[in-house]
Write a protein that binds this ligand. Sequence first.
Ligand SMILES: *[C@@H]1O[C@H](CO)[C@@H](O)[C@H](O)[C@H]1NC(C)=O
Ligand SMILES: *[C@@H]1O[C@H](CO)[C@@H](O)[C@H](O)[C@H]1NC(C)=O
Ligand SMILES: *[C@@H]1O[C@H](CO)[C@@H](O)[C@H](O)[C@H]1NC(C)=O
Ligand SMILES: *[C@@H]1O[C@H](CO)[C@@H](O)[C@H](O)[C@H]1NC(C)=O
Ligand SMILES: *[C@@H]1O[C@H](CO)[C@@H](O)[C@H](O)[C@H]1NC(C)=O
Ligand SMILES: *[C@@H]1O[C@H](CO)[C@@H](O)[C@H](O)[C@H]1NC(C)=O
Ligand SMILES: *[C@@H]1O[C@H](CO)[C@@H](O)[C@H](O)[C@H]1NC(C)=O
Ligand SMILES: *[C@@H]1O[C@H](CO)[C@@H](O)[C@H](O)[C@H]1NC(C)=O
Ligand SMILES: *[C@@H]1O[C@H](CO)[C@@H](O)[C@H](O)[C@H]1NC(C)=O
Ligand SMILES: *[C@@H]1O[C@H](CO)[C@@H](O)[C@H](O)[C@H]1NC(C)=O
Ligand SMILES: *[C@@H]1O[C@H](CO)[C@@H](O)[C@H](O)[C@H]1NC(C)=O
Length: 798
Amino acid sequence: MELKLIFITLLGLFCCCNTQKEGNECIAANAKYCGECIQAGAKCGWCADKNFLKQGETVSSRCDELQSLIKRGCNEMHNPRGEIKTVFNKTVTNRTRGEKQLNVDEIIQVQPQKLLLTLRSGEPQSFLLKFRRAEDYPIDLYYLMDLSYSMKDDLENVKNLGTSLKEKMDGITSDFRIGFGSFVEKTVMPYISTTPAKLLNPCTGDQNCTSPFSYKNVLKLTNDGSLFNNLVGQQHISGNLDSPEGGFDAIMQVAVCGEQIGWRNVTRLLVFSTDAGFHFAGDGKLGGIVLPNDGKCHLENNIYTMSHYYDYPSIAHLVQKLSDNNIQTIFAVTEEFQPIYQELKNLIPKSAVGILSANSSNVINLIIDAYNSLSSEVILENSKLPEGVTVTYTAYCKNGVVNEGETGRKCSNISIADEVIFNISFTSKGCPKKGKQETIKIKPLGFTEELEVILRFICECDCSKDGVKNSNDCHFGNGTFECGACRCNEGRVGRNCECSSNDVATEDMDRNCRNGTDICSNNGECVCGMCECKKRENPEERYSGEFCECDNFNCDRSGNKLCGGHGRCECRVCICDPMWTGSACDCSLSNKTCLDSNKQLCNGRGTCECGSCKCINPIFQGPTCELCPTCPEVCTENKECVECRAFGTGEKKETCEKECSDFKLTKVKTRDKLPQTNDASYPVKNCKERDANDCWFYYTYSVNNNTEKVVHVVEEPECPTGPDIVPIVAGVVAGIVLIGLALLLIWKLLMIIHDRREFAKFEKEKMNAKWDTQENPIYKSPINQFQNPNYGRKGAGL
Ligand SMILES: *[C@@H]1O[C@H](CO)[C@@H](O)[C@H](O)[C@H]1NC(C)=O
Ligand SMILES: *[C@@H]1O[C@H](CO)[C@@H](O)[C@H](O)[C@H]1NC(C)=O
Ligand SMILES: *[C@@H]1O[C@H](CO)[C@@H](O)[C@H](O)[C@H]1NC(C)=O
Ligand SMILES: *[C@@H]1O[C@H](CO)[C@@H](O)[C@H](O)[C@H]1NC(C)=O
Ligand SMILES: *[C@@H]1O[C@H](CO)[C@@H](O)[C@H](O)[C@H]1NC(C)=O
Ligand SMILES: *[C@@H]1O[C@H](CO)[C@@H](O)[C@H](O)[C@H]1NC(C)=O
Ligand SMILES: *[C@@H]1O[C@H](CO)[C@@H](O)[C@H](O)[C@H]1NC(C)=O
Ligand SMILES: *[C@@H]1O[C@H](CO)[C@@H](O)[C@H](O)[C@H]1NC(C)=O
Ligand SMILES: *[C@@H]1O[C@H](CO)[C@@H](O)[C@H](O)[C@H]1NC(C)=O
Ligand SMILES: *[C@@H]1O[C@H](CO)[C@@H](O)[C@H](O)[C@H]1NC(C)=O
Ligand SMILES: *[C@@H]1O[C@H](CO)[C@@H](O)[C@H](O)[C@H]1NC(C)=O
């Protein structure tokens, strides 16, 4: 049981967060009246249309995002917006040096000067603030010097400061005033020695020292440099015991005693010169002083009288007072203490640190440098904002630099006469200060000029002014009728305040909430005999109806969208937009999507049903039946494109990218890796084509589920193999040899046959021969007989 509760709580939390993220803060606010609604967010509006609410909807259903209200048919919306009114917007002074002198009050460096902002919750109001450093702007400089004994040599050098500084400052301003003050320490033990002799002359030996004092305003700000020299020349060094000095007491007095010091509303510089550390809040306890510094002026005859009574001020206190009085501090300290004052500088806005040489000889350069670095930076600061109001700054600085976020209040490296612009944006949440107006001041640190912003907050709708208290429209005067709805008096509930919150649910009333068995169809609560339907996590989803029997989210879906995204759901039935039909509005009556490139319906190969083509013959595919993956001409049609895409050859080699990008190409290793399917719904056409090199390449052509053309191609084309020389030569040789042999054989055979024949003939003739076998008729005796005619006749011839 408990587990279940926790689960539900977690679920609730989750849903809450979800709703916040979803963004309909207007519904989530569950607003009971117009004012509450418009405070929920900038997008929220209130419908004051009397007949707007459907049965079962509560008053809070009048609060919704503006577009939603319009969609829901509201005729009278209340949606007051914030605005900016300019009260003073004098142009910043643009004057070069030497032009006619202006009174300090006449120089304007901040524009505008006064604005009236009306803020609507969640709606930012932004304006531009222009800042321009005026040339030749007057400067007041007060020199506050440590006169403890160690500063003896420094005092010598400072004596001429008045005239020399004035000379130097002439380059910056023609209106320069200088003042002088000195400090030592609180005049109590243990900071100083209180023996009577030491009180008179705290220094040892025959040194002529003056009595110790806390802070003395020696010279009110003046433009007379020689008066400064004169008075400072009369100063004597003093002495104390411990090393840290009581300078903070002095700074506080300088800051708050404006009249005695003579500060004008101009650039105020305070030079704090010392060679030691400082005491701060809490250190006073050592001397038995526990009262915190009161931050008020206690100068009598230009001498601080309460040093023994109030503790040293804290750093934060000083920061506040210095800033309140627009004083920029320059710490001129010896090298030894520079790190400490550097830290202090980081805590005090608009302050600078310079290293003082042992005898203060470099003080003038130090002051000039510090002044330049201080005045080259503009930092905007605003007074405390009421709760629920936020402000953001964006700085448009010199050279196109834009600072945002943390640094948005700041521009650096500004020279005289440079102009910078800040975009300042105010946002409020809810109804701050219960709608009372509030004044905020924005000013550049260290400057006296400021912008005054009066904030007003919109907490109510205008129509609520015309509200009728205890109106008869609200159940015998139990509520105020305003903005089209009843705003119930304390202790009353219901749309018309018809019910006391004590008897919200009784048997009698519950009966009115039933149509059948379930109270409010289990989708709502019975309040005073009327159903108030449940809210859903998703603010777009609503229950409605007298018994909450309707809702707008249980309609048929198509493509995971309620009513296919082409209609709205009313009481669980889709009401389709024009040109759509079907229970889920998923059937388009328009034939537009069925038109092919020739403005023909489905290429004449199908019918248009619900916006898509139904091809008569399944061999046709594609959105307009334009594809026929298995038609025979497919192979030749695509041959060139496949060839150039796969192998980079062929007729379309050059134009391949342009003409042949309408299909997906996949290369496979071998022919048996090509997709094969006999599935009628996914036909694949096998193709075999000859390429430019007279090789065969194989590919398949198909159309996938997304009607993309898909081509698979075997990555190596198949080429006829070339003739092999060796066997041919060998064959030829062998052939020649064989033919020769055969010819020889034939010849031999013929010879043999011929011989045989001759022999047979011979034999036959021989048989037939009539001549004596012993005497060859053709035989001729090889013996030739010759008769020597002279034989016998002796010596006849001789
Ligand atoms: C002030 O006046 C200037 C013109 O001089 C104008 O551009 C600017 O928008 C005004 N600022 C405000 C906040 O009205
Ligand atoms: C300021 O005045 C000078 C002449 O006096 C002019 O050249 C310059 O453009 C002005 N600057 C602005 C920002 O108005
Ligand atoms: C100021 O910045 C906001 C955004 O933060 C922007 O909407 C607005 O337009 C800017 N205002 C001006 C005057 O540039
Ligand atoms: C110290 O100075 C005071 C006033 O300047 C002077 O009257 C006094 O004589 C001096 N004493 C010594 C010891 O120099
Ligand atoms: C300086 O300005 C403040 C208001 O910002 C004013 O109250 C004060 O009187 C001015 N002081 C002088 C000396 O003009
Ligand atoms: C100050 O001290 C420096 C050395 O640290 C020396 O050179 C210079 O002359 C001194 N100046 C004066 C005015 O005493
Ligand atoms: C400051 O601005 C000047 C030009 O106005 C530029 O030369 C210089 O580099 C800038 N310095 C810094 C630190 O941005
Ligand atoms: C509120 O309504 C009740 C009836 O339900 C009526 O009796 C009563 O007078 C009304 N209260 C006011 C203040 O009108
Ligand atoms: C109440 O229920 C009956 C029967 O179920 C139905 O016909 C009728 O429409 C319902 N009435 C309302 C207002 O829903
Ligand atoms: C769409 O085409 C069908 C035939 O396929 C035809 O009956 C219908 O009238 C056409 N509809 C439109 C709006 O053209
Ligand atoms: C195409 O879609 C059908 C179902 O719609 C599916 O069965 C089939 O596998 C898909 N074919 C391809 C190649 O993705």
